[in-house]
Design a binder for this molecule. Sequence first.
Ligand code: DAH
Length: 341
Amino acid sequence: MLDQLENLGAAARTELNQLTNGSTLDAWNSKYIGRKGEITQMLRRVSELPKEERPAFGKRANELRQELEAEFAEKEAVIKAAELEQAMAAGALDVSLPGRPVARGRLHPSTQTLRRIYAIWAEMGFQVYRSRDVETDEMNFQLLNFPPHHPAREMQDTFYTTNPDVLLRTHTSPGQVRVMRQYHPEPIRVILPGMCYRHEQITARSEIQFHQVEGLAVGKGIRFSDLKGTLINFTNRLYGQGRPVRFRASHFPFTEPSAEMDVQCFLCDGKGCRICKYTGWLEILGCGMVHPTVLRNGGYDPSIYSGFAFGMGPERITMLRHGIEDIRYFWGNDLRFLEQF
Ligand code: DAH
């Protein structure tokens, strides 16, 4: 029986040497050295031997199992390594390839301009007030002193909802009345940024949605010189110290007097270029002293209080700054445009 055991060992080794892949390894393992394998079966037959031969047989059988286990482990390592190498060569996994870059977004150019504007006004003591995008006709027009048949109220300029008294705000100015009603009779210094909507033909110069940043200061003894000083301070911070500005008389229903502010073209330094249409000046905002009717609508007595207001367009500021020629890029979601900022 000891001979049978050695023959079994020899057969097992021959077979093990011929193995070439992982699945045949498992079969060999259970056939010879597994719990129900041939060595175990031989050990069971130990009782067939005469008593004095049993210990030597048992010892040899266990030795043989240990030898075969060690040889199996060695063979298994060789085959697994070869299989891994093969899989990598077949391109299943190339660990030397660089990783895929993580896509990183960036701030929209309008957001970048808005944040600069917020920071400047914050330094000057103006707080951000968020007013609503969906407004009533009363807030958007009537309380801002638009006469009943003012052309701005026409259907072609305004997005009305199915309820004709409810619309998308056409400017941020209705926020003025909301702030005043919330805080009167406290002094006010706020900016009101937000999206505005107009039912217009979309062209290179006009979009149906765009941002505005409105500003409002209300208190006792506020004068036109305060408006000028504050806005000059702002443009110095945005466009650089000492850049010439000018105020031109204008008209808005909710301010009296009203003005528009120009800054000297910073692309040609006033010499005249395509961007400033050869005038040397860029119009950057509308402004004025808050109309007494509007103050009253906000709960302030115009014989005691006065105020100034202004409104500017961040897209326009961004376009001028970067020489962008078409406003449609802003909401076109074209990465080739957005990635330049
Ligand atoms: N609401 C005006 C517009 O949409 C902009 C504006 C002009 C706002 C003068 C103001 C202002 O507060 O004083 O064109």
